[in-house]
Each structure stands twice: as C-alpha cells, then as structure tokens.
Design a protein around this ligand. Sequence first.
Ligand code: GDP
Ligand code: MN
Length: 355
Amino acid sequence: YWTTGPRLNPEQMTVHLPSPGNHTTRVKAGFVVLVRNSELNEMIQSMNDVEHRFNKNFNYPWLFLNEEPFTEEFKERTTIATSGKTYYGFVDESMWSYPTWINQTQAAEAREIMKGLPYGSSESYRHMCRFQSGFFWRHPLFLELNWEYYWRVEPSVRYYCDLDYDPFLYMKENNKKYAFTISFVENSGTVPSLWHTVRNFVTATMKSKQNYFDRPLKDTIYRFITDYVAKDYTQCHFWTNFEIARSDLWRSDAYQSFFTYLDMTGGFFYERWGDAPIHSLFAAMYLHKDEFHYFHDIGYKHSFYQHCPESETLHDQCYCDPGKTLDYGDPMSCLSRYMNALMPDEHDKDITIGE
Ligand code: GDP
Ligand code: MN
C-alpha cells in the first residue's frame, strides 16, 4: 500500500505567503519551553533566533517550565533576551512523578532492556515525555495565561528565516489547529505497543458509543500514520520540538481521555513513548486535513536535522542551505507521506481505526 516518492504537489511548489505587515492584531498566544537551568546558554541561543527572525516585531511572551526552581541567573538572562514578557512556572509532583499504578521495578527493568535505544535508559526523559503529552497544557500558569495558541521552543534549536507575518494570526484566520515544520520516522523500538494501544482505545470508545473519532477517515490525514486499511503504524509523526497548536486541542475530552488511557497502560515508563507520536497520532485521527499546517517557510534545525525552504522566493529571507533540507531526500522524513495524505485517494475506503 505504501507509495514511494512524493507526488507532484502544486501547493508545495508554490509558496503562498500570508500578507506581511499585520503587526497590530495580536493573538492570545506565546512561546512555551520546558527547560533545565543547565541549558541556559542553549536557551538564550534559541531565543536570539526566535527574537531576531520574528518576535522582535511582535513581542509575544515566553513561558518557561521546569521541575526544579529556575535560578535567578536563568530568569535574569532570559528576561533580557526577549522583547516580550517572561513567566516562570514550577512543575510539581502531580505532573512529574510516577503514577501510583506504575511498578517502578518493572520500569527500571525496561530502562535496562532499552538502554541501546536513544534515551532508552533515561528516567527523566520518560517524565519529560509524559509531561509534554499530558500536562503542559494544564499547568496552572499555562491555564492562567489563557493562550489560544502556543508555540513550543527548545534550547539549541535554530530558526533560519525572517518572518514578516504572524504565524499565530495565520493559524487563527485560517482555522488551523496544528502546525509543524519537520515530520519524522519514529524509532519503532521506543513505541512497540503504542499503535496497538491506540487502536484499543478507539475500539473501546466506539463500543461505549462515546466515539471521539467519528470524522470519516478520508477527511483526516490517516494515511500519514497508517495504511489504507488502518492496520499498521507508519511510525510517522511531527516533531514537537517545533509545534504551534491550539491549546484547546489537548483540553478536549477526546484528548484527555486518550491520554489517560495511554497513561494507565504504563507505556511512558515500560516503553519510552515520545510526546511527538502521541500528539501526532491523536491529531491525525481527530482533526480535519485542512486544520493542519506545514510551515514550509520556517527554516528550522533541531539536532542534526533541518528543514530549509527550497522555494526560490524565500532565498532572500532564509539563512540556510536548501541542499541540507531533510524534506524529500532523507529516508527519515515523512513529508511525502504527509503530502500524499492530504490528497484524496481512490483507495480511500470507509474504514475505522478501531476494530
Ligand atoms: P530530544 O529533543 O528528544 O532530544 O530531547 P531534549 O533533551 O531536547 O528534551 C526535550 C525538551 O525537554 C527540551 O526543551 C529540554 O530542555 C526539556 N527537558 C528534557 N529533560 C528535561 C528535564 O529533566 N527537566 C527539564 N526541566 N526539562 C527537560
Ligand atoms: Mn530537543
């Protein structure tokens, strides 16, 4: 069922930039960062990019979260680094600890078994992924700020392109609910039972008549995450280290019960489920195709991988090498699968993800 190369996609080849210059209308929105004190220099570097390429003209606020109190130095230097307001939130044990139902001996054994995988032996990484999946959007300070949209940033990321329009406003005006720049293939060893668990959840909600996923699959991007018969997981997901989304996407009953169900199985600790596949799986089943947005005009780098716009119209405003872009040339990229999933397909059937 899998297609190989990208199909011609006129939408992708032509860049429709939102009209520049609407610098007055503000969305209730801001940047959210989970970060450690030890990552201060890397954080300043990310902020410098975000501020220079975009935020110096828009002054959106920053929210920093940490399961340890931020140092005075961290607060001072990050406050100076932005044109917007800064907020600092403490993540307490209700959002960063083992739930009562987790067998911690079994969790420790799992870390030992998975030590050959990226972060396979890390305990903190698992708490981090669980927090990013199920909690940041209901952190008390996040709730208080009441942002309609958020933009997630991490230390040590690069932003390469000048942005003369407001991505938040673009999303709001175009009814977009989830946006990405990089789509990627997950290391299947970190999520062996995730797909099975997701299908079980969908099946259970269908049986209970509480069907959260009643949108016809052909209107979703289901072919990004699975095949025409919804049998196997493609391992495709959107990287969450860059993520712009509506906060209420995660506050929906559907997502809250989805997260609770996944959390009860213990997969965050007995395996090493990432927040990226979890966000993506949900959004792919829940949202309409048209509610996604690929910010192809945002040049972005995280770790070894980057998206650098290939459109000639963007070359004057981007400071990166399009030859290094991951998009269609790298087997780790899922972009062609996303592009295919957006288009109607003659093989689309009237099927469901559950059984
Ligand atoms: P990767 O992107 O999957 O390689 O993981 P990272 O190490 O970049 O972590 C993802 C995000 O969570 C980054 O913003 C980190 O700063 C943050 N993070 C990871 N682990 C911890 C932690 O133990 N405490 C805090 N406060 N932040 C963390
Ligand atoms: Mn990272």
